[in-house]
Design a protein around this ligand. Structure first.
Ligand code: DUC
Ligand code: ZN
Ligand code: ZN
Ligand code: ZN
Length: 488
């Protein structure tokens, strides 16, 4: 099979610049990016005239094959990644869940789950309790397993939640290891109260989910986490920023110079909570995720924050359950498995919402969907760039075509889609992952086992004081030229 590709005639877009150039790929690596590359006839040609050639998307936040709320997500590492590739995402970072409190056992379980991968992936580690052995195992994860980020839960009282004392210990441990602390920021005690109150009022349907955990609780926990990270003096990454309340806390902290990263997810950027009031249970239940999708207004405010650099990159929290699983909560919203779609839809929806609408440039699009994630997690410029020496994870994007999202035709295994019926401008026409054309003419050609585990070394610019905390930073960066030594 040919491992040589030439993409001709398109506009190559990186976060720092765009230029008309050809891209030549050999054995999974980008070898040259320049105009008018001449090659022999053993090379597969792809015509990108009038189209953008961009780094494949990197989704910083997914849950594939995760056991959660008494069931398991319906997309595993093969089906979720196939869906991702059909939507122009070529790498994702998933959350390892410890097994019986052991990070090592959790890591080994996820290594097994990921054997069927058809695209590159990395891991964050979720911390689901805190004790001495967890603290010890964190070092093994960082120094031997290629994990440089740990997520702490301020919600899910009684299962995953840790209190402030333990969160402080976790933050200190991250700092000493050169790892990035991430938080799910909702006040879990108050959520528990809110849920009880809804049930007492007889509100047992999906709308009770939103009503029981309002934005003020996300704002409170976000502010608390930010202040604790400041007290410890370590960077903080806030996952799934869903509300103005949380976003404003991040804005304030960043303005004061604190290293805080805010990750909105596609559902929070493009949806509002009206679906939760749909009289059809399954239609409403498909919107249930935590933190909840907020009332109209939060979506637009999060978009604006993304366009000004207050928020830096877009994830999905892709975590899907089918109708049968969602129906576990038919009598009680607290039993609806939490999670929505996004891994396949992110690149299209962000383009339509942010670029097509005129809120950001094409280079900014590459930054928020790919480059920034690679930089934060220490993968740049191996990932997140179209440069000589980078991995050949590339999309050809046609801004004049269009997309339409349908649960009946998406590539995820679930039978529902929270974005069902959405249409917009722009289409990922070709996806190249690791130098292979895996998506073309609306057809997937994916190979289980072809994805690689990407180790993420500790740490990056966040700890060096060079993050200027605004969107201008990347545009002033000098792109590395020529081949570089990849970390692994
Ligand atoms: N929220 C979700 O909706 N699903 C997975 C975990 C989470 O925090
Ligand atoms: Zn070959
Ligand atoms: Zn979460
Ligand atoms: Zn999540």
């Amino acid at each position: 099979s040919s491992s040589k590709l030439l993409i001709k005639g398109g506009t190559v877009v990186n976060a720092h610049q765009q230029e008309i150039a050809d891209v030549y790929v050999e054995d999974g690596v980008i070898v040259a990016v320049k105009p008018n590359i001449k090659v022999g006839d053993d090379v597969t040609l792809l015509d990108a005239t009038g189209k953008y050639i961009m780094p494949g998307g990197i989704d910083p936040h997914t849950h594939l094959a995760m056991e959660f709320m008494g069931t398991e997500t319906i997309d595993d590492f093969f089906s979720g990644q196939a869906a991702a590739l059909a939507g122009g995402t070529t790498m994702h970072i998933d959350f390892v869940i410890p097994v019986n409190g052991s990070l090592v056992a959790g890591f080994e379980a996820y290594e097994r789950k990921a054997k069927k991968s058809c695209m590159d992936y990395g891991f964050h580690m979720a911390i689901t309790k805190w004790d001495e052995s967890v603290s010890r195992e964190m070092e093994i994860m960082v120094n031997e397993k290629g994990i440089n980020s740990f997520k702490f839960f301020m919600a899910y009282k009684g299962s995953l939640m840790i209190n402030d004392e333990l969160l402080l210990q976790g933050l200190k441990r991250c700092k000493s290891l050169g790892a990035l602390a991430m938080v799910h920021a909702e006040n879990g005690d108050a959520v528990f109260e809110g849920q009880k109150r809804m049930i007492e009022l007889g509100i047992t349907g999906p709308e009770g989910h939103a009503l029981s955990r309002p934005a003020v609780l996300e704002g409170e926990a976000t502010a608390r986490a930010i202040r604790l990270a400041r007290f410890v003096n370590t960077p903080l990454y806030v996952v799934h920023v869903m509300s103005i309340d949380a976003m404003e806390e991040i804005a304030k902290a960043r303005k004061s110079g604190q290293k805080v990263i805010g990750e909105p997810v596609v559902s929070g950027l493009v949806l509002d909570d009206s679906g939760l009031w749909d009289p059809d249970f399954i239609t409403a239940a498909k919107y249930v995720m935590s933190p909840p999708i907020r009332e109209s207004g939060h979506d637009k405010a999060l978009q604006a924050a993304l366009s000004t650099g207050v928020l830096q990159l877009v994830g999905t929290d892709h975590c899907v359950f089918n109708s049968t699983q969602k129906a576990f909560g038919i009598d009680d919203f607290r039993k609806i498995p939490n999670g929505v779609n996004g891994i396949e839809e992110r690149m299209h929806l962000v383009w339509d919402t942010m670029v097509e609408s005129g809120q950001i440039s094409v280079t900014d699009y590459v930054r928020i969907t790919s480059t920034e994630c690679a930089r934060i997690f220490n993968l740049y410029p191996r990932k997140g760039a179209i440069l000589a020496g980078s991995d050949a994870d590339i999309i050809i994007f046609n801004p004049n075509s269009s997309f339409e999202i349908r649960a009946s035709s998406h590539h995820s295994r679930t039978d529902t889609n929270v974005f069902d019926g959405r249409k917009g401008k722009g289409k990922v026409e070709v996806t190249i992952a690791g130098g292979r054309v895996v998506w073309q003419d609306d057809e997937l050609k994916v190979v289980p086992g072809s994805g690689k585990y990407i180790e993420m070394p500790p740490f990056s610019y966040l700890f060096n004081g060079i993050d200027k905390a605004d969107a201008k930073y990347l545009s002033s960066l000098q792109a590395p030229v020529g081949r570089f030594n990849s970390a692994s």
